[in-house]
Design a binder for this molecule. Structure first.
Ligand code: NDP
Ligand code: MG
Length: 379
């Protein structure tokens, strides 16, 4: 089947790199979406000639409609534009590169339309894992991880017999503040926090890396993707981001996936699986790197990681609560309304305040918990 993709969040870090891969391999792009970045979206639309583009912001959509007036491209505004792109008939794979839980309903819409999914939007699985995984099974579609650690695990698992997995070892760079004490973290600035040692990414995930919330979200993401319990997921600090993650099998053999820190490798694998095609990513030269380092994470200073590991144990809704509190807190930190260490405080308070003991949660429960948490903590 010829690959024909719809890229949700095409103007972001993952979106742009997805289009690099599409350009290099001549993958057809049928739909693109953004929130407000219409200048870049217009350039992308003129280059890739999708049939439709979706823009969440209605005013921006109106402006883009005028700008693309000389083309046949249909511009759809509001949430409807994102859903239309997620379900667009000509696309067989949807790349979800939206940031935040705003990506969850589009993922479910794509599943509903029986599209395969290349998932970068980890918040989809963090907040809605139980529902998303059960819908994917019902629809019989494929879910390909894009997140580098999860792609690494997926790559390591190729050729391993079913049920041979013993443990997942998620590597973590440690973010901008590895080795810092709680006191040192109190006065760090937005600018400091946005300096990731190895990856260039969107702002939200860069802050999540600095707090290590990102690794916490990834533990939950891994538990859903690979059906592993929290106790069978190790987090290992690996500053160089060369080993993207590892698996340990029942016989204690460990398999790792290595490469330069370039998201176009996992994105491409998700789009061309099981093929291995040439990539624009740099070759890895281990003799030049010479040394790789490993350490245990500091769960006390980087409390968000510990909180994410506890949240699912409290009940199915709690990861959605932790995620919503974090999204609100990160935005407030970026807006310089709160300090860096307040992010973890807010996530912790949201989890301890939430009171929800229902066993089988529904999509409505998740959306409600997300909304209530945002209302409560947004300043
Ligand atoms: P960016 O912030 O760079 O891009 C986000 C994209 O989503 C943009 O196209 C943005 O549009 C769009 N968007 C923002 N808000 C909304 C909304 N409410 N509804 C619909 N679309 C919206 O993020 P990243 O590319 O860094 O991250 C995307 C996802 O991938 C995240 O879940 C992240 O955790 C995950 N990820 C990212 C990695 C990376 O290297 N960047 C690595 C691994 C995972 P606009 O441009 O108009 O704002
Ligand atoms: Mg990752």
């Amino acid at each position: 089947m010829t690959k024909n993709i719809s890229v949700l969040g095409s103007t972001g870090s993952i979106g742009v790199q997805t289009l690099d891969v599409a350009r290099m391999h001549g993958i057809k792009v049928s739909a693109l979406t953004a929130n407000t970045s219409i200048e870049l979206l217009e350039d992308q639309a003129r280059e890739f000639k999708p049939d439709i583009v979706g823009v969440v912001d209605e005013n921006a959509a109106k402006r883009l409609k005028i700008a693309l007036g000389d083309t046949d491209i249909k511009v759809i505004g509001g949430e409807a534009g994102i859903i239309a792109a997620a379900q667009y008939e000509k696309a067989n794979t949807v790349v979800n590169a939206i940031v935040g839980v705003a990506g969850m309903l589009p993922t479910l819409s794509a599943i509903d339309a029986r599209k395969d999914i290349a998932l970068a939007n980890k918040e989809t699985l963090v907040a809605g894992g139980s529902i998303v995984i059960s819908e994917i099974k019902k629809a019989g579609i494929k879910l390909y991880p894009v997140d580098s650690e999860h792609s690494a695990i997926f790559q390591c698992l190729q050729g391993c017999p079913e049920k041979s997995l013993k443990k997942v070892i998620l590597t973590a760079s440690g973010g901008a503040f590895f080795g810092k004490s709680m006191d040192e973290l109190k006065n760090v600035t937005v600018e400091n926090a946005l300096k990731h040692p190895n990856w260039s990414m969107g702002k939200k995930i860069t802050i999540d890396s600095a707090t290590m919330m990102n690794k916490g979200l990834e533990v939950i993401e891994a538990s859903w993707l690979f059906d592993v319990e929290d106790k069978d997921i190790d987090v290992l600090i690996h500053r160089e981001s060369i080993i993207h993650s590892m698996i340990q099998l029942k016989d204690n053999a460990v398999i790792a996936q290595l490469g330069t820190a370039d998201m176009r490798i996992p994105i491409q694998y998700a789009l061309t699986y099981p093929e291995r095609l040439p990539s624009p990513a740099k070759e890895l030269d281990l003799s030049e790197i010479a040394e790789l380092h490993f350490a245990k994470p500091d769960y006390e200073t980087f409390k968000c990681l510990a909180l994410c590991r506890e949240a699912p144990k409290k009940g199915g809704i709690y990861p959605a609560v932790a995620n919503a509190a974090n999204e609100v807190a990160v935005q407030m930190f970026l807006d310089e309304k709160i300090g860096f260490t307040d992010i973890a405080e807010i996530v912790e308070k949201a989890l301890s305040d939430a009171d929800f003991d229902k066993k089988n949660i529904t999509l409505d429960d998740i959306l409600w918990a997300d909304k209530e948490t945002r209302i409560k903590f947004r300043r």
